[in-house]
Ligand binder design. Structure first.
Ligand SMILES: Cc1cc2nc3c(=O)[nH]c(=O)nc-3n(C[C@H](O)[C@H](O)[C@H](O)COP(=O)(O)OP(=O)(O)OC[C@H]3O[C@@H](n4cnc5c(N)ncnc54)[C@H](O)[C@@H]3O)c2cc1C
Length: 405
């Protein structure tokens, strides 16, 4: 294989960037090409539904700082990968060009899931900087904003829109917001706090129809209720960007399956030695919890998986004998998540969803600052703090200790 062939990373966001940085840290000095569909250099997504959405959305406000280590990386922005041939070792982009690679990194993340409704003005989602810019223009005082979905992004956008003086209604099928990730009690408390800030809820409801011919005018819900509105925000989850891999034999069940070294796994269980998966799209086992491969859509995962994939791939390319040692190192990243909604600051560690059947208040009170624990078989697998930060660190340690036990 000619050494001049680049490592090709598809997806120019956090996971792709962190992998390129880690490759350099691992001593790989050969060519690296990053192919990214968006026109923007890598940027941070969490502020798009929070502070940046309220104070002014721009690339400068969210861009990741460029590091010297990756100054010689080739960025092909505005280019979408449409297919990959793992035998010929090429990726094809939408301009018809073929890009040969010596190793491939899949970092194509997620896209927002959309309601199956006609495309008219006033419909929005928040996944990209361009999405946030388009939404920001419409969040003017008095605008009636209807948010469909009561997960983190839906609740954050609702809080931001309310702070900007909009009238906000959240429509969701569950009994309370955020029940699936956090549980019923915390969900009910978050609803109470949103309501205290003037957010309305239509819970236990689904969308039956959209009103408006060319521009959004409201929703009709399944019980016949009409929710009038000027702006619709669809926050109903996401889908994995795997279409460009459809012709490969990779296991594309819920993202792309990888082993603990982030090497892609085929449907027959074969582990690839030159195709890696990082970030939101990676479904990998984390021995902090068990051997089950899962996707985790938390901000630290693109960094942790990028570092891991870069280290393993770098060791493989160096061919200096360090590969087996690097691969054998345990990979037990601690999922970490935060969310800001009004004055509420939520911080989470671990995988609360795994302990949904046994939720305990660890300290504090739901109406004030509180730490909530999520247990599986009497083991703490997740903790969520509302209004607490440093206080959560002992619980974080308790979750981490399980990896070693
Ligand atoms: C609005 C919002 C708020 C968030 N808030 C939080 C938070 O508060 N806390 C937290 O822990 N996490 C939060 N997250 C999650 C966090 O931002 C993600 O975990 C992180 O962005 C994932 O990075 P990634 O690189 O894996 O994927 P992504 O950021 O999804 O990047 C994938 C990139 O690949 C590109 N791409 C896709 N397909 C192709 C293709 N075929 N060819 C070329 N390029 C392609 C996409 O355009 C995109 O640029 C938030 C996410 C969003 C959207």
């Amino acid at each position: 294989m000619p050494d001049a062939l680049p490592v090709v990373i598809v997806g120019a966001s956090m996971g792709g960037l962190r992998t390129a940085e880690a490759l350099r840290r691992a001593g790989y000095s050969g060519p690296v090409t990053v192919i990214g569909e968006e026109l923007h250099a890598p940027y941070n997504r969490p502020p798009l539904s929070k502070d940046v959405l309220s104070t002014g959305v721009s690339h400068e406000a969210v861009a990741f700082p460029a590091r010297a280590a990756t100054a010689d990386v080739t960025w092909m922005l505005g280019a979408r990968a449409i297919s990959a041939d793992l035998e010929a070792r090429t990726v094809t982009t939408d301009d018809g060009r073929e890009h040969p690679w010596r190793a491939l990194v899949i970092a194509t993340g997620l896209r927002a899931r959309r309601l199956d409704l006609p495309l008219i003005a006033g419909r929005h989602c928040v996944r990209t900087l361009d999405d946030a810019m388009a939404l920001r223009d419409e969040l003017v005082p008095g605008a009636r904003v209807v948010v469909v979905g009561a997960g983190f992004i839906g609740c954050e956008v609702a809080a931001t829109a309310r702070k900007l003086g909009c009238e906000v209604t959240i429509v969701a099928p569950g009994a309370d917001p955020l029940i699936r990730p956090l549980g019923a009690e915390l969900g009910a408390e978050l609803r109470r706090r949103h309501e205290a800030h003037g957010v309305s809820f239509q819970l236990g409801r689904t969308v039956a129809a959209m009103l408006g011919e060319s521009a959004f005018e409201g929703l009709q819900l399944d019980d016949g209720t009409i929710v009038p509105g000027d702006v619709l925000v669809e926050a109903i989850g996401s889908e994995c960007n795997t279409h460009w891999l459809d012709a490969t034999d990779l296991d594309l069940t819920d993202g792309v399956l990888a082993d603990a070294a982030l090497r892609a796994v085929s449907t027959d269980g074969t582990v690839s030695h030159d195709v890696f998966v990082v970030g939101d799209i990676a479904r990998f086992p984390n021995l902090l919890f068990d051997g089950v491969a899962r996707r985790v859509e938390h901000w630290n995962i693109p960094t942790d998986t990028g570092k891991r994939a870069g280290a393993v791939l770098g060791a493989g390319l160096a061919a200096d004998g360090s590969f087996d040692e690097v691969v054998a190192k345990g990979f037990t990243p601690m999922p970490a998540f935060w969310s800001n909604q009004f004055e509420m600051s939520l911080q989470a560690y671990g995988l609360p969803g795994l302990g949904a059947g046994d939720i305990r208040i660890l300290e504090g009170e739901l109406s004030g600052a509180v730490a909530v624990g999520y247990y599986r078989a009497e083991r703490l697998v997740g903790v969520v703090g509302l209004g607490l930060k440093a206080e959560l660190l002992p619980y974080r340690q308790e979750i981490a200790a399980h990896a070693a036990s």
